[in-house]
Design a protein around this ligand. Structure first.
Ligand code: CTP
Length: 403
């Protein structure tokens, strides 16, 4: 989104909130004039992203150049589009970051003009708007009504935020349809750790944060799938559009997974505890006056991935497991692929030095029965999108082969 320098700029804060509520990712460029009306600080607090303001900020250019900024999006929204910004767009200027992005983009552009009615009706503005419309730029508004200036009214108000959200989603519809590669599919994901009780106050746990599983569920939902996420205890917000089933123990997780079948695709990202206490105590274990520690007898938990991968007629068509390893990552992961009967294993190094457990990024290998692909380090959200993309391609190829 490009925020122009008009009094209506403050409405962009509300627009960003509405878009985020609807799970859109918003990245903002502000013109110099826009910063007179709202601060990059407040915009950044709402988008949770850095706000871009300067074409010649070398730091910005190195991190994300203006060309990538202009393409790494589904749509460029200009609000409020001022008379000056419209004129500079129509003239093909590129002397600040906003106009450079607009000139370089290959994505749809949507303008929401807002200005004084006389400026809107001025022949120069009329000419520029006609030119931009002919160039394929979409324009929503302006609306009729009272202006910020006293005693001024007419055509020139920024359209209502809800109408702007509607116009953005209409313009985005063809682009979003391209991403909906899992429409009509049911995707089952496990995520997070499991907790195995020792007594009412103590339990066995592990360091899994659940971030990778939650990112996978969110990516599958964005791709149009119906998603069931069976989650162990984590402190993450539920991803929008995902059916989340909260469980605590491995046994509960297995039950919930079985109840959620059938599924087309199942991804087992949970760090399930391998063992549970044979007989958890119903009362808190007390320290003995004689000293010494209680002996804890462990029994093996059910292997959820293996159970589902070998479940015959209820087996999802594509079963993906993870392998958390600290040594000989590839060799162990290949063994797991066979032993568990999964179609793919996503292997990662979870040694403390790798910083994967609990962190925001991941470096993984995709292992199939006949290939190993090593992906560069990327965010867990990017890993999730890539896995979902690959899985969708595989499911669609299977379907095409069956037809
Ligand atoms: N998994 C599972 N149920 C279990 C244990 C593991 O579903 N009881 C799944 C995990 O979700 C993951 C895969 O199996 O997709 C491998 O998990 P990992 O912890 O790497 O391997 P383990 O089978 O536990 O083997 P080990 O601890 O010996 O490495």
């Amino acid at each position: 989104m490009i925020i122009g320098g008009g009094i209506a700029a403050y409405k962009c804060l509300d627009l960003i909130r509405r878009l985020k509520e609807r799970s859109h990712h918003v990245r903002v460029v502000m013109t110099k004039a826009a910063q007179q009306f709202v601060t990059p600080l407040s915009v950044g607090a709402l988008t949770n992203e850095r706000v871009f303001t300067d074409l010649f900020d070398l730091g910005d250019e190195r991190e994300i150049g203006h060309i990538r900024l202009s393409r790494d999006t589904d749509i460029v929204v200009v609000a409020p589009a001022t008379a000056d910004l419209i004129a500079r767009m129509a003239g093909g200027h590129a002397d600040d970051l906003a106009t450079a992005v607009l000139l370089a983009t290959d994505k749809p552009v949507l303008l929401a003009p807002a200005m004084n009615p006389r400026m809107w009706l001025n022949p120069a503005t009329r000419r520029n708007v006609t030119q931009l419309a002919n160039d394929g730029v979409r324009i929503v508004g302006p609306a009729v009504g009272e202006m910020a200036e006293r005693d001024e009214e007419g055509v020139g108000r920024l359209v209502e935020v809800s109408d702007l959200v509607g116009a953005i989603e209409t313009a985005l519809a063809p682009e979003l349809a391209k991403h909906r590669i899992l429409t009509g599919r049911h995707v089952l994901v496990t995520g997070g750790p499991t907790h195995e009780p020792i007594d009412p106050v103590r339990y066995i746990a592990n360091r899994s944060s659940g971030k990778q599983g939650y990112a996978l569920a969110a990516a599958a939902a964005r791709s149009g799938a119906r998603v069931t996420l069976v989650s162990g205890p984590v402190s993450l917000p539920e991803p929008p559009g995902v059916d989340v089933v909260h469980v605590t123990t491995a046994a509960e997780m297995l039950k919930a997974v079985q109840a959620a079948l059938p599924a087309d695709l199942a991804i087992f990202a949970a760090a399930v505890a391998d063992w549970r206490i044979a007989s958890p105590r119903s009362d808190k274990i007390k320290k003995s006056s004689a000293g010494g520690a209680p002996a804890l007898e462990l029994v093996e938990n059910p292997d959820i991935l293996k159970t589902i991968a070998q479940s015959g007629s209820t087996r999802p068509r594509l079963v993906i497991g993870f392998a958390a390893e600290t040594l000989d990552v590839l060799a162990h992961a290949k063994k797991k692929l066979k032993a568990k009967g999964a179609d793919w294993i996503i292997a990662n190094d979870v040694s403390a030095a790798a910083g994967i457990m609990g962190g925001d990024s991941n470096a993984v290998h995709l292992i199939t029965s006949d290939s190993v692909e090593s992906w560069p380090q990327m965010s867990k959200a990017e890993v999730a999108s890539k896995i979902v993309e690959r899985a969708a391609a595989q499911l669609n190829a299977n379907r095409a082969a069956a037809e």
